[in-house]
Design a protein. Structure first.
Length: 104
């Protein structure tokens, strides 16, 4: 399998292929990720578990295996948050973490 770059979304709980994933995005870096995904035909992003640390604020230790999530629905909310529903499509292995700016 070939390597490619994929925007990532670390979560505190594991996600499996076939699982629906409802997300409420409010951190600027993940709102930027959502804006990036809105322009994609196949809006895919990686989802990995957090082994140590917290979702909010960064400074976490992330798992090296996760899933590719595909956006099924995305709605901008009046308070500036984004509501997103994705589904896990397949497993993914992270070979290298790139800079978190503008998002992981």
């Amino acid at each position: 399998m070939s390597a490619y770059e994929l925007p990532m979304f670390p979560l505190e709980h594991p996600v499996l292929p076939g699982q629906l994933i409802p997300l409420q995005l409010f951190e600027p870096r993940y709102l930027t990720l959502a804006e990036h995904l809105q322009g994609e035909i196949e809006a895919d992003f990686g989802i990995v578990g957090i082994e140590r640390g917290r979702e909010v604020g960064g400074d976490d230790v992330r798992a090296s295996v996760g899933v590719v999530g595909r956006v099924l629905e995305m709605v901008s909310l009046p308070d500036g948050r984004m509501s997103l529903v994705a589904v896990g499509t397949r497993r993914v292995r992270v070979d290298e973490w790139l800079d978190d700016a503008p998002y992981p």
